[in-house]
Design a protein around this ligand. Structure first.
Ligand code: SRM
Ligand code: SF4
Length: 554
């Protein structure tokens, strides 16, 4: 491909001197709260996004003021695990340098929003002192690796969970730029470091990997570029089925874009081969992914362009071995196990419902204070789920009462218990006011919509039904709205496409039922369908299955 056909980001990556760009100079410039345009692309590889407060954009423009710029930082937490002292450090730094809200993301990690430029370095230093980093959590590179979060899910959870870190390490960029820019380490070499995997061009687009442990598909494994499905027999990990080419984003009006579930291409029976397979899938995408149109650059498009057979042959050529036939497995759920659960080792875990992953103190509960107090006991680890919830994990039996009384005192248990199944099965993306791509509200709006839907469910005697609802402020799908039974995808302020028909296990995409609805129309449509569901459902049928059976989709 000639240079002129490459997307502008390709040039920026190549000329970034190992992801250094001119970030250091940009940070020192006190005239603006922003950094240079190219650096905004480079800084993503360090786990940060430049954003501005969209609530005040117009007002500031009228006053001829610069946009109110700030940065969002995202941590790298393979498998979504944090020690209690790391939570304490995050809590402290969130209060000092960001909005104070700690956001659990749909990919099992934490984000802080609203850091002004001068606060980034101290924040990263604090994280570093606690053994945390934000390397490669954004940008055209492998992102945070997901793993089924609940230790009680399987006796081999530890063994499977360890793969998240191994894969994350395997696919880390080799540049030392993060340590130089943010932690003032001296530059060791004049030349930029060799990186056999990413070279100087990195990947054509972001890259995502998840590990699922049947029977629970809590990670939504098929939404990822690579999905590993652990095959366990008689409490022994046999290996992983490998799925490739998942991705959810679409663009309104661009028919060439589509959501796609990953395709299972085979089975790997040992660690060395699994890691080699993952690595070489990434190199295929590096070499064959579309570098001119970023809308068509994810692995799903590479795969559909060249075909599965070609892909498997190319993979075999690169790894030097063939994958075995996939092993049978079955997903039966995709939920978090709220409340207390004991694992096979006798350790206790309490899953906390965190609405849209926003950890803060509000009228509903003093969740942030409660979590800080729990962390201070040092008696629970923190694990994050892919539906933006949190598990207080690995608690000894004798410490249960102490943890429970803290949660009780701050209203966390009450909130857990009184939240409706619909609310507990809901998820919204960040959207406004920080996401530059948002067309409509996400996490700020879904809770109030659910307060209007709960009475409708009650009216139809469906209040105990586990129906999943997910909302995104645009079609990028950050809260995986295309995999919910009810998906709401923002089209304009206050308007959403209504998608129906996802299943309970993340194996079926929903479809657009009606476009561009406002709240009144959403409630009207759902009231009608819920009523019909109650009256006409077959035994054991879920709302998503009923919708697929009954709706003539456009
Ligand atoms: Fe996302 C871009 C937030 C999970 C697909 N996503 C963004 C940005 C960074 C906007 C931007 O590019 O400037 C959003 C920042 C908002 C903010 O203020 O925080 C954003 N995405 C999120 C999070 C925080 C949503 C949440 O509320 O939890 C999730 C962070 C995950 C993480 O910890 O790494 C998040 N994003 C997802 C997912 C779900 C998943 O991966 O399981 C998807 C759909 C799956 C997929 O990738 O296909 C997703 N985000 C996107 C896309 C579309 C990518 C594409 O293939 O075209 C964009 C836009 C882009 O990359 O150009 C995007
Ligand atoms: Fe922003 Fe769209 Fe992602 Fe929501 S789905 S966070 S609006 S990019």
């Amino acid at each position: 491909m000639s240079e002129k056909d490459l997307s502008p980001i390709e040039k920026i990556k190549k000329e970034s001197l190992g992801l250094r760009g001119t970030i250091v100079q940009g940070l020192a410039d006190e005239i603006t709260g922003a950094i240079g345009e190219s650096d905004q692309a480079v800084i993503k590889f360090h786990g940060m996004y430049q954003q501005d407060d969209r609530d005040v954009r117009e007002e500031r423009a009228e006053k001829k003021l610069e946009r109110l710029y700030s940065f969002m930082i995202r941590l790298r937490l393979p498998g979504g695990f944090l020690l209690p002292q790391q939570w304490i450090a995050t809590n402290e730094i969130a209060g000092e340098n960001s909005t104070g809200v700690i956001k659990i993301t749909s990919r099992q990690t934490l984000q802080l929003h609203g850091l002004i430029k001068s606060k980034i370095k101290p924040t990263i230093n604090t994280f570093n002192e606690s053994g945390l980093d934000s390397i490669a959590t954004c940008g055209d590179i492998n992102r945070n690796v997901l793993c089924s979060s609940h230790p009680g899910q399987s006796p081999v959870h530890d063994q499977v969970f360890a793969y998240a870190n191994k894969i994350s390490q395997l696919l880390m960029p080799k540049t030392n730029s993060y340590y130089e820019i943010w932690l003032d380490q001296e530059k060791l070499v004049e030349k930029t470091e060799e990186d056999p995997l990413y070279q100087d061009r990195y990947l054509p687009r972001k890259f995502k990997i998840a590990i699922a442990m049947p029977p629970n598909n809590d990670v939504d494994v098929f939404a990822n570029d690579i999905g590993l499905i652990a095959i366990v027999d008689n409490n022994k990990l046999l290996g992983f089925n490998i799925a490739v080419g998942g991705g959810l984003s679409t663009t309104h009006g661009n028919k060439n874009t589509y959501a796609r579930l990953a395709t299972i291409i085979g089975f790997c029976d040992n660690e060395e081969k699994t890691l080699k397979t993952v690595y070489e899938i990434v190199t295929i995408q590096r070499d064959y992914g579309n570098r001119s149109d970023r809308k068509l650059a994810r692995l799903k498009y590479t795969l559909d362009k060249f075909g599965i057979d070609w892909f498997k042959k190319e993979l075999e050529k690169r790894t030097g071995f063939a994958l075995h036939d996939p092993k049978p497995f079955r997903f039966t759920s995709r939920t978090d196990y709220f409340g207390w659960k004991t694992d096979d080792k006798g350790l206790l875990h309490y899953t906390v419902f965190v609405e849209n992953g926003r950890v803060m103190d509000d009228d509903n509960s003093k969740l942030k204070s409660a979590l800080l107090e729990v962390a201070k006991t040092g008696k629970a680890n923190f694990r994050f789920t892919c539906t933006q919830n949190l598990i207080l994990a690995d608690i000894q039996k004798e410490d249960k009462t102490q943890i429970e009384s803290i949660l009780d005192r701050f209203g966390v248990i009450e909130l857990n218990e009184k939240s409706s199944p619909l609310r507990k099965n809901s998820m919204a993306c960040v959207a406004l006011n920080t996401c530059p791509l948002a067309l409509a509200e996400g996490q700020r709006y879904l809770p109030s919509l659910i307060s209007k839907l709960d009475p409708l469910l009650k009216k139809h005697s469906l209040e105990n039904e586990n129906i999943s609802i997910r909302m995104t402020g645009c079609p990028n799908g950050c809260a995986r709205s295309y995999l919910a039974e009810i998906g709401l995808v923002g089209t304009a302020y206050g308007h959403y496409n209504l998608h129906l028909g996802g299943d309970h296990i993340g194996e079926r995409l929903n479809k657009i039922y009606k476009e561009d609805l406002d709240e009144e129309a959403i409630l009207y449509e759902l009231n009608g369908w819920l009523g019909r569901f109650k009256a006409e459902r077959r035994q054991g049928e879920t709302f998503g299955d009923f919708a697929v059976r009954e709706i003539k989709f456009i």
